[in-house]
Design a binder for this molecule. Sequence first.
Ligand SMILES: [Zn+2]
Ligand SMILES: [Zn+2]
Length: 290
Amino acid sequence: MSFNKTGSNLMTISDFNKKLQQLGSISVDLPFLEAEALLLKAQAVENNDEALAKQLWIAVQIIKTHRDFLEVFRLLRSKKYQDAWFLLERIDIEIIFLKRHFDLSSNAFKIKWISRTVTLLQALFPYRLFISTEMLTLQESCGICKQQVSIRKPCGHRIGEIYGGEMCTREITKMDFIGTVLVETPGNKYSVLFNESDDPKARDEQYATLVLLLSVIKNPYEHWGLRIEQRQIPHSHYPNLKADQLCPCGEGKSYKECCLMESGINYFHYEILLGDKQLKRYQKKSKRKK
Ligand SMILES: [Zn+2]
Ligand SMILES: [Zn+2]
């Protein structure tokens, strides 16, 4: 991406571009950079420079992605796990919007790296079940021209395209609720089914793998990896477990309907990989069988 036109009294586009190259370091002043980008974009719109306005929309989107990514770590450190989860989902969506106009494969501005790290972070959450709501859209309007639109009556604006520095979306004004289903891999991850404990200690145990990650990485931009393996604990470790008791694997079924039929009790083993050869190991009994 290049910003080769000069602004006037604001930061020049080339200065702005240089600042943008520093993304990926915690020392970048993101709110300042975002404010500058929005001002430059407003100016481009005023000058009817659609191409520059679009480039600046991309820049704002990139800055937002970094801002939200750092915010996820602030939320995790203050033990607001569910808020962090929702923000991860928002980053996912922001990156999908961005992808349409920006090539992720080069890892420019570390966006590809953030995308991958978001997926790893999501895997560390103990959430497995979600409610998926099915809706039928009856009426929607265009976010750019505000007209009511339908397949037969399009307004000419395309969803996801940038017009005057804003992305075109559809606003649903009327819909029918069809029903809800329980799913394991949802289209959106907002309706998570999970009973978060009120007790801080028990909650840390629920999010033990995230707690571990936070204890080993110092800065959100640090590189890390994840290895998850399914392993088994021998049945002999639970000599007093009765067949009709809840299976310790956390699947939610009775022992006899669950791991008793297997060669051991299933759990997930998580390994957080740091640095080159350095390996941090952590073992966690999983909440889920496979
Ligand atoms: Zn429109
Ligand atoms: Zn089991």
